[in-house]
Design a protein around this ligand. Sequence first.
Ligand code: FES
Length: 92
Amino acid sequence: MNTEKKEFKKHLFICTNTRSDGSGCGPKGADLIAKELKGFVKSEKLEGVKVTRSGCLSLCDEAVAGVCYPDKIWITNATESDLDRLKEMLKS
Ligand code: FES
């Protein structure tokens, strides 16, 4: 095993999981949100900012869920209509 300390200005995890009963963040458009935000980071060339699809964050009843470090900001009930706010959060 190798370990390496990496520090991001912002690292946003977006849950894209679909639960076995068909619920969760996946069916609520999480993949589109993650894809849009990843594209935004790339197109804006935001240094030190990363968006990663994640598994379940245990906030399934409030899907789409995410968390941003190091700010420790949890995101719940995100929809496509929140993309502008999420982009602003990544830029700030
Ligand atoms: S499926 Fe997204 S938080 Fe559980």
